[in-house]
Design a protein around this ligand. Structure first.
Ligand SMILES: NC(=O)c1ccc[n+]([C@@H]2O[C@H](COP(=O)([O-])OP(=O)(O)OC[C@H]3O[C@@H](n4cnc5c(N)ncnc54)[C@H](O)[C@@H]3O)[C@@H](O)[C@H]2O)c1
Length: 455
C-alpha cells in the first residue's frame, strides 16, 4: 500500500482496471440512449450489478449496508479522489472495476443500477446521464441543487422508464411507517401543527471534516468535482467540505431539513408545501463557510397543517430532537423511539364564571352540557388511556431503504421515494433557503409544479 500511495491517479485507475479480468474501459457514446433497456432480471443469475458514482463517506456506509441484501453485486466504481477509490476497491474485495469518470462507467455493460453519491451540485448531471444510459438510479438526498432541476429529472424518469429512488432512508424505517399509520387512523384527532428539529454542536457536525493528508492535485480531480459549478482555483476545503459552500450545497436546509421534510411528507400524507417563510444566520463558523449555521422555517401545507423546522450547528440539547406531531386528541414524538401521548385537556371556565353574578354562575353549571364538559373536579375518578411507546429493533434504515430500491428494480414499480417525492422535498428545502436569503415568503405553483416567481 505504501508503494501504491506514490502512484498517480491515472496509473491507479489503469492498474485497478487491469486487475479485473476482462475489464474494458469503453468510451462514452454521447448520451441520449432511449432504447428499451433490459431489466436486471436479465443480468447473470438475476443479480443486480451496481455501479457507484462517488465513493466518498456516504458511499462506504451504503456499501456496508448492502451486505446481507442478496442479489446485489458492486461491479463498477468512479470517484474524483484516488484515496476513496482505493478504499472502495478494498471494501469490494477488488472485484469491482474502476473507471475514470461516470461517463465511462455508464458506457460499459455489466451495470444495471447506479448509486449516485456525489456532492449535490452534480446530482442532476449524474442522474440524467445515468437514466439516458438505461440505468436504474439510487440517488442520495437531496435529489436536486435547484428547484428547476426537479422537473427535468421527473420527466427523464418518465421518458426512460427507469426506476429511481432518492436516499432519505428514514421513510423505510418501521417506526416512521408506524407513525404514518397512527396519524392516518385518526388517533391524534386533527393534526394542525408539526415541529421538527435537527441540531449539532461539533466541527464535524458542521461539516468541517478532516482532510486526508495525501490529498493534492495529483490525487484529486478538481475539474471533475467542479462540474458545472463556478470555476475556482484548486481548494481542498471546498472539495472535502463542500456542504459549507453555496456553490455545491444548500447547507443546513438541503442536508438536514431534507430528511425532516421527506419524513413529514411521508407520515402526514402531504405532497407539497404551499408557502414558506424562513430566517437563517451564520453566527459561529464564520471563517469556514458561506452557508448559514442556523435555520428556522415555517411551512404551510394545503393538507391543513403548519410545519415548523429548526436547525442549529451550535447546540445539540436532547430536549430539541426529532418530530412532534400535535393533534387535537393526542401527540406523537418521533425520534429514536415513537411515543404517543393522549391529550387530557378539559374545559374549565370556573375562573371566568366566578366573576359573573352568582345567579348566572349557578345557572351556567346547571346546564347538562356544561356538567358533561366542565365539572372535572366533581367527575367520578376514571381510568384514561395513557402513553404508548414503540422502538425499532433490527436492521438499519439505510439497509431497508436499499432493499426497497432492490424490490422496485425487480418489480419495475417506482418506490415511495421516487423522483416526484424527491423533487418536492428538495424544492421545499430550496424554498427555505430562498425565503431566508431574500427575506420574503416563497410560494408553490401547484399547476406548474414549480415555484412561483424567480428562483
Ligand atoms: N442519506 C444520508 O443519511 C446521507 C448521509 C451522508 C451523505 N449523504 C449524501 O450523499 C452524498 C455524498 O455525501 P458524502 O458525505 O459521501 O460526501 P463526500 O465528499 O464524502 O463524498 C462525495 C464523493 O464524490 C466524489 N466526487 C466529486 N465529484 C465527483 C464526480 N464528478 N464524479 C464522481 N465522484 C465525484 C468525491 O471525490 C467524494 O469522494 C450527498 O448528496 C449527501 O447529501 C446522505
Amino acid at each position: 500500500m505504501g508503494k501504491d500511495r506514490k502512484i498517480n491517479r491515472r496509473e491507479f485507475i489503469r492498474r485497478s482496471a487491469a486487475t479485473s479480468a476482462g475489464a474494458v474501459i469503453a468510451s462514452y457514446p454521447g448520451g441520449g440512449v432511449e432504447a428499451a433497456m433490459p431489466a436486471p432480471q436479465d443480468s447473470p443469475n438475476g443479480r443486480i450489478q451496481v455501479g457507484f458514482i462517488g465513493t466518498g463517506a456516504r458511499a462506504h456506509q451504503l456499501m456496508d449496508d448492502m451486505r446481507g441484501i442478496s442479489g446485489l453485486q458492486i461491479t463498477a466504481l468512479c470517484d474524483a479522489y484516488k484515496g476513496r477509490l482505493e478504499r472502495a476497491v478494498e471494501r469490494t474485495g477488488a472485484r469491482a472495476k474502476v473507471y475514470r469518470d461516470h461517463r465511462e462507467l455508464l458506457a460499459q455493460g455489466g451495470v444495471d443500477a447506479v448509486f449516485i453519491v456525489t456532492p449535490d451540485h452534480l446530482h442532476k448531471a449524474h442522474v440524467l446521464d445515468a437514466l439516458a444510459a438505461g440505468k436504474d438510479v439510487y440517488i442520495e438526498k437531496p435529489l436536486t441543487y435547484t428547484v428547476d432541476e426537479g422537473l427535468e429529472i421527473v420527466n427523464a424518469v418518465k421518458k426512460t422508464g427507469r426506476v429511481l429512488q432518492v436516499g432519505s432512508q428514514g421513510v423505510s424505517s418501521p417506526l416512521q411507517q408506524r407513525a404514518r399509520d397512527i396519524i392516518a387512523s385518526g388517533k391524534l384527532g386533527q393534526v394542525t401543527m408539526v415541529r421538527a428539529s435537527y441540531n449539532r454542536n461539533t466541527a464535524g457536525g458542521a461539516w468541517i471534516y478532516p482532510i486526508p493528508p495525501d490529498a493534492s492535485p495529483s490525487t484529486v480531480d478538481w475539474e471533475m468535482f467542479l462540474g458545472s459549478a463556478p470555476k475556482r482555483p484548486f481548494n481542498l476545503e471546498r472539495f472535502f467540505r463542500w456542504r459549507c459552500y453555496e456553490d455545491y450545497s444548500g447547507g443546513v436546509s438541503t442536508d438536514l431539513f431534507i430528511h425532516l421534510l421527506t419524513t413529514v411528507h411521508f407520515i402526514m400524507g402531504a405532497k407539497m408545501a404551499e408557502s414558506v417563510v424562513a430566517m437563517g444566520a451564520l453566527d459561529r463558523w464564520l471563517e469556514t463557510r458561506d452557508t448559514p449555521d442556523s435555520m428556522n422555517a415555517i411551512i404551510r401545507y394545503p393538507e391543513g397543517f403548519t410545519l415548523v423546522l429548526s436547525a442549529t450547528l451550535n447546540n445539540e440539547s436532547e430536549s430539541e430532537r426529532g418530530f412532534q406531531i400535535l393533534g387535537t386528541k393526542g401527540s406523537l414524538q418521533l425520534g429514536g423511539e415513537l411515543v404517543y401521548t393522549p391529550e387530557r385537556a378539559t374545559e374549565d371556565n370556573g375562573w371566568i364564571v366566578d366573576s359573573w353574578p352568582r345567579a348566572l354562575q349557578e345557572a351556567y353549571y346547571r346546564d347538562p352540557k356544561v356538567q358533561q364538559s366542565e365539572m372535572v373536579r366533581r367527575w367520578p375518578p376514571k381510568v384514561v388511556e395513557g402513553s404508548q411507546r414503540w422502538q425499532a429493533v433490527g436492521r438499519r434504515d439505510t439497509s431497508l431503504h436499499i432493499e426497497n430500491f432492490v424490490s422496485a428494480v425487480r418489480s419495475r414499480n417506482q418506490p415511495y421515494e421516487d423522483a416526484v417525492v424527491g423533487h418536492h422535498a428538495a424544492s421545499v428545502a430550496h424554498m427555505i433557503n430562498l425565503a431566508a436569503k431574500h427575506r420574503r415568503a416563497v410560494d408553490w405553483d401547484f399547476s406548474a409544479d414549480r415555484m412561483k416567481g424567480r428562483a
